[in-house]
Write a protein that binds this ligand. Structure first.
Ligand code: ADP
Length: 163
């Protein structure tokens, strides 16, 4: 039986920390589906369509990673895709409380879906989409922290927003 996992997130935008988690998850699962959440309660820089197409472009060389946008409950998305697990990344203790709560709630909603946490790689431990947006908005260097096409998209976005 094929073992499928979903890796959900807002990915606003997708960073090398996210890519690292997705690629490492393919060592544990046959197929990893990156679920780009609509998250309409968050003030996103990129639209859902932009985020999905950026992530797709970044992972196009990885044949066991797929990308889809999703609305609604994560566990419903997981079940609809035949997943047995949800993958999440953990950076610091500060991630833990929220992630712990979410995983318990998801377990309550769907007992058969497990949440699997992968620890960040040390080089990305400080990396978040929020910090990337802050640095990019101030024209700082984000080399090596996001895929080059994400960096280009950030530069275009902030150039079009003006100073
Ligand atoms: P959220 O789903 O909370 O909006 P993100 O879209 O930023 O979060 O991230 C999706 C998942 O990837 C989360 O589990 C988050 O903890 C994890 N993640 C984000 N950045 C990193 C990183 N640098 N290293 C490891 N995991 C990360």
């Amino acid at each position: 039986m094929e073992r499928v996992a979903v890796y959900p997130g807002t990915f606003d935008p997708f960073t090398n920390g996210h890519l690292d988690i997705a690629v490492r998850a393919t060592k544990l699962f046959d197929r990893v589906i990156i679920g780009v959440a609509e998250e309409n309660y968050k003030d996103n820089l990129f639209s859902l369509e932009e985020r999905v197409s950026l992530v797709r472009e970044v992972v196009k060389g990885y044949d066991r990673i797929a990308v889809t946008g999703f609305f609604g409950l994560l566990v419903d998305f997981a079940v609809a895709n035949g997943a047995i697990a949800v993958v999440r990344g953990l950076r610091a203790v500060s991630d833990f409380e929220y992630e712990f709560q979410m995983s318990l709630m998801n377990k309550k909603l769907r007992e058969d879906i497990e949440t699997v946490f992968l620890m960040t790689s040390s080089e990305y431990a400080f990396l978040s989409s929020r910090i990337i947006k802050q640095i990019a908005s101030l024209n700082g260097c984000i080399d090596g922290l996001v895929p080059p096409l994400v960096e280009a998209a950030l530069r275009r976005k902030f150039a079009s927003k003006g100073p």
